[in-house]
Design a protein around this ligand. Structure first.
Ligand code: GDP
Length: 139
């Protein structure tokens, strides 16, 4: 176990549906400390850079349109095993597969408009944190 930092984004669907407070409450109840937060309106280009690993996927265009469709809340969360722990609290990508009580089970609309993002490993966490919070210390 080690203290880690991870990046989360409360996505435009959840901001639009006024679920920010409920989702932040779940982060805090899950033991995460909020290290940084920024309400952002991504440009299409910034969304494409963020999801560059998915460039070849059939849903890339739709995903980056969605992610740039309205305000989103980017946050750095810290805690023991924060990267894996956040993935558990979020639930599966597809809300139909997500476990009961997870953020996506509660608030996602579908596999694309799925309420939250969470980094999937230490290297992506480092890239994603610096993508939104350049200059922040990583640990
Ligand atoms: P995550 O790590 O759980 O967010 O999932 P991925 O890294 O696989 O995908 C990134 C994001 O792309 C997801 O959170 C969804 O918003 C979107 N996405 C993933 N799979 C699909 C899909 O099959 N169709 C569509 N339309 N969007 C998807």
């Amino acid at each position: 176990m080690s203290v880690e930092r991870t990046l989360t984004i409360i996505k435009p669907d959840a901001v639009q549906a006024s679920h920010v407070g409920d989702i932040v409450k779940m982060f805090e109840a899950g033991g995460f400390k909020i290290i940084a937060a920024r309400l952002v309106r991504l440009t299409k280009r910034k969304a494409e850079g963020f999801y560059a690993v998915h460039r070849a996927r059939p849903f890339f265009e739709s995903l980056t349109e969605f992610m740039s469709s309205g305000p989103a809340l980017a946050m750095v969360l810290e805690g023991e095993n924060a990267i894996a722990h956040l993935r558990e609290v979020m639930g599966s990508t597809d809300p139909a597969q997500a476990a009961a009580g997870t953020i996506r089970k509660l608030y996602a609309q579908n596999i694309e408009r799925n309420a939250v993002h969470g980094s999937d490993g230490p290297e992506t966490a480092a890239f994603e944190i610096s993508y939104f919070f350049p200059g922040i210390e990583l640990t």
